[in-house]
Design a protein around this ligand. Structure first.
Ligand code: COA
Length: 154
């Protein structure tokens, strides 16, 4: 299965995943607007037999020096099949090709699946934002992670 760059035609499917996974931080119109921004890079992993069905996606800003991952997700019923790793590796490959020095992201401290994925792809913890996320009446720290160019797969 091969990841590719997000296109206008994918925006509704990715917006649906955003709703499923993150209560819809980006709707289709917002994603179309992002596509017009120079630094924005979106990636999708389509189903092989049904290219309009998106299994996983990743949204990022990539500049000359740095990339910031702003969203990554796998459709709920398709999690645990390696799709998150494929989409993250695609994003890493794009940044390596562009010679970007580092990738940063932020993850909830209690998001064990995501943290393990990032750890295994060469990300390291670089900071903590205390009590950043709301969990009902409780709070959860945000962990800031960084991956330096060429550090993951020597
Ligand atoms: C985090 C997420 C993108 C991972 O995607 P996925 O397609 O399920 O992940 P993969 O199947 O590619 O697994 C990759 C690695 O993640 C880790 N992982 C995945 N699911 C896990 C789980 N339930 N428990 C622990 N580790 C897990 C493992 O290290 C795994 O590698 P392995 O299979 O070699 O052990 C997915 O769980 C998701 O969409 N979560 C909801 C949205 C979210 O939290 N996004 C991240 C915000 S920072």
């Amino acid at each position: 299965m091969t990841a590719r760059q997000l296109t206008l035609d994918d925006c509704q499917a990715v917006a649906d995943l955003e709703t499923q996974l993150f209560d819809g931080r980006f709707d289709a119109a917002g994603l179309r607007a992002l596509l017009g921004k120079l630094a924005f890079y979106g990636a999708v992993l389509p189903a092989p037999e049904m290219p309009t069905t998106i299994h996983a996606y990743c949204l990022a800003y990539i500049t000359a020096m740095q990339a910031d991952i702003i969203a990554i997700g796998t459709e709920k019923t398709k999690q645990g099949r390696g799709f998150g790793r494929i989409i993250l590796q695609h994003l890493i490959d794009v940044t390596e090709q562009r010679n970007v020095a580092e990738i940063t992201l932020e993850v909830a401290a209690d998001n064990i699946a995501a943290r393990r994925l990032y750890d295994s792809c060469g990300f390291h913890q670089s900071g903590i934002r205390k009590n950043y996320y709301h969990r009902g009446e409780n709070r959860c720290d945000a962990v800031i992670m960084v991956r330096q160019r060429d550090s993951a797969f020597p």
